[in-house]
Design a protein around this ligand. Structure first.
Ligand SMILES: Cc1cc2nc3c(=O)[nH]c(=O)nc-3n(C[C@H](O)[C@H](O)[C@H](O)COP(=O)(O)OP(=O)(O)OC[C@H]3O[C@@H](n4cnc5c(N)ncnc54)[C@H](O)[C@@H]3O)c2cc1C
Length: 314
């Protein structure tokens, strides 16, 4: 890539960025598509719930996307990391690791979230995360149906547990040293869901497969898989806020949103989509957001170009 001037700079190439890049190519936008290729979901064995790619590893989806983007010659794919962003008189700039500075009239941030596993204080989590313990039951519940499931969390278990019974009726809640309120605890227990409030000493596993949850004092509870229901991720970059985006208030799940559903932010020309926008969008929604956002953006750009057209005498 020798050019440095673009209509659009897309930062981040997960499903949201990939889909944005596809629509950018189809609308012939001169686009720089920068992707560090280290999304948080690469730890998983397989992705589920995205029609036609159910069961594919996220890296497989990226490979196909990169291949399909090749025919859209206005899109420059660059495997690199953006280290800095700025607002400029003509739009935005992005600095790459190698020092190059790219300029775009519009900028779309799709850098996702990163998981902060250590925050959960669940020793042994790293070995099972994405293999038998997951953040999302819609993504991986089906593969563990009717297993002995562990639910790790305390703040939203009252919403989560009723839903989890779709996948298994053998549930145990582990609050990891936090006390549940009396009402929630009594309700869970009365409906046959044991609650373990002791600190978790270790998640014991073999080859990524959870076998037991060991509690303080040494007691071990047999479990085959599990889901974490606490929020433990944060934006992978602070680019949006650095450029002046004001997040919304926290939603019911404790997440702030950085843009509306079409990716539009309070900064004209700046868009945020996918997990970067909402914390955990899922692949199908991230794809939908990326594509839709570029359609909206194209309309804005077209109107700007239209306004700048010189009038011809007829
Ligand atoms: C363990 C796990 C399992 C999951 N399983 C499923 C599943 O089965 N089904 C499902 O629908 N969803 C699943 N999800 C959720 C899903 O992965 C995300 O919702 C989705 O990938 C969000 O897409 P995104 O494009 O917004 O962000 P991401 O997929 O996170 O992509 C962000 C991209 O931005 C890049 N990036 C970050 N910073 C920079 C930078 N400074 N410069 C350049 N590039 C940068 C990253 O390298 C990455 O490629 C799972 C998530 C996790 C953590």
């Amino acid at each position: 890539m020798n050019e440095t001037q673009f209509d659009l700079i897309i930062i981040g190439g997960g499903p949201a960025g990939q889909s944005a890049a596809l629509m950018a190519g189809r609308t012939r936008l001169k686009t720089a598509f920068i992707n560090a290729e280290d999304p948080r979901n690469f730890v998983t064995t397989a992705s589920h719930g995205f029609l036609t790619r159910d069961g594919a590893h996220p890296s497989e989806i990226l490979t196909v996307a990169k291949d399909q983007l090749k025919k859209y010659t206005t899109v420059d794919y660059v495997k690199d990391r953006v280290t800095n962003v700025a607002r400029t008189p003509s739009g935005f700039s992005a600095t790459l690791m190698d020092g190059r500075i790219l300029h775009g009239k519009k900028m779309l941030i799709a850098t996702g979230h990163k998981d902060n596993l250590a925050e959960l204080e669940l020793p042994g989590l790293e070995a099972v995360y994405g293999k038998s313990v997951y953040p999302c039951p819609f993504c991986d519940g089906f593969e563990h149906k009717d297993e002995a499931l562990a639910i790790f969390g305390h703040s939203v278990v009252q919403h989560f547990v009723p839903m989890m019974r779709v996948w298994s009726k053998d549930l145990v809640v582990f609050t990891n040293g936090k006390a549940l309120d009396d009402h929630t605890k009594a309700e869970l227990v009365s409906k046959g869901v044991p609650v373990e409030e002791s600190k978790v000493e270790a998640l014991i596993s073999t080859d990524g497969k959870l076998t037991h949850v060991e509690l303080e004092g040494g007691r071990k509870v047999v479990r085959q898989s599990g889901f974490v229901v606490e929020e433990f991720s944060s934006p992978a970059t602070n680019f949006a806020e650095q450029l002046g985006v004001i997040p919304t208030e926290e939603n019911d799940w404790g997440m702030k949103e950085l843009a509306g559903a079409s990716g539009t932010t309070n900064i004209p020309g700046l868009y945020v989509v996918g997990d970067a926008r909402i914390g955990f969008s899922g692949i199908a929604a991230a794809v939908a957001e990326g594509g839709f956002c570029v359609e909206m953006m194209l309309h804005e750009l077209a109107m700007e170009r239209w306004g700048a057209l010189p009038e011809v005498m007829v």
